[in-house]
Design a protein. Structure first.
Length: 181
């Protein structure tokens, strides 16, 4: 790693999880519109993948705490603040979304499965009303995440094409051509 880029492991985790999160959001939307019995297979996959993402977020947060993040010292204060607020909010959503899904399924009495570990049940009593509330929470959090991701991607486009700096290179597997870090 050099001081102008995230560590190799952080970059791999970012792109792997970005792809899987976007797939998972599309799956959550499409599975509800699928026909039975395929629908049940997709629900199962969504839950399993959601729990795998939750475990990956934990790994990512530990890695974030243990590694140095490239400095934003050359950027105006408002950009540093906007980046921090957006990134922290995305992390909050990345934890809250799978947790709300897991709780929703547990209250509904449908427990998710993990490869090797089998069924992973949360110790809660079934409650249809709580499952309904958590269904709405899960839905709203996903819209929150999508809004943040629109801002996130718009910011990268603004940096790359308007400011023409190397922000994308901080997370990419190349350095970028801009003249500012
Ligand atoms: C095409 C899509 C995407 C692009 C081009 C992109 C690009 C970037 C770039 C350039 C950074 C570094 C920003 C900096 O140096 O301050 C970054 C950070 C980050 N991105 Fe993305 N990203 C994309 C999608 C996503 C998705 C889908 C997620 C989450 C589901 C995500 C979550 C994050 C987070 C949490 C950070 C902060 C990293 C940290 O400081 O720990 N990104 N992204
Ligand atoms: C990483 C995480 C996750 C993402 C991004 C995600 C995303 C989504 C999205 C976009 C929907 C569609 C919302 C709607 O249109 O109403 C959805 C529905 C659903 N999710 Fe997730 N989800 C995740 C994790 C989980 C987990 C871990 C579980 C359960 C263990 C779960 C269970 C469900 C269920 C049961 C539905 C369907 C609700 C219904 O039929 O009304 N999700 N999810």
């Amino acid at each position: 790693m050099n001081e102008t880029q995230y560590s190799f492991f952080s970059r791999v985790l970012h792109w792997l999880m970005a792809g899987v999160f976007l797939y998972q959001i599309a799956l959550g939307y499409l599975m509800q519109r699928a026909d039975k019995p395929f629908k049940f297979i997709l629900y199962g996959r969504h839950k399993t993948l959601g729990l795998i993402l939750l475990m990956l977020v934990v790994v990512r947060l530990i890695n974030r705490l243990l590694t140095t993040v490239p400095s934003l010292a050359n950027f105006p204060l408002w950009q540093k603040r906007a980046a921090k607020i957006t990134h922290y909010s995305i992390y909050v959503m990345m934890v809250a979304i799978p947790l709300s899904g897991w709780l929703m399924s547990s209250y509904a009495g449908y427990h998710p499965r993990l490869p090797l570990l089998g069924v992973v049940a949360l110790p809660v009593d079934e409650s249809k009303s709580l499952a309904d509330v958590l269904n709405k929470v899960h839905f709203l959090l996903n819209y929150g995440l999508l809004t943040l991701l629109l801002l996130h991607i718009a910011a990268v486009i603004y940096h790359s094409f308007v400011l023409k700096d190397k922000v994308l290179g901080r997370m990419a597997f190349f350095q970028g051509k801009g003249n500012k870090v």
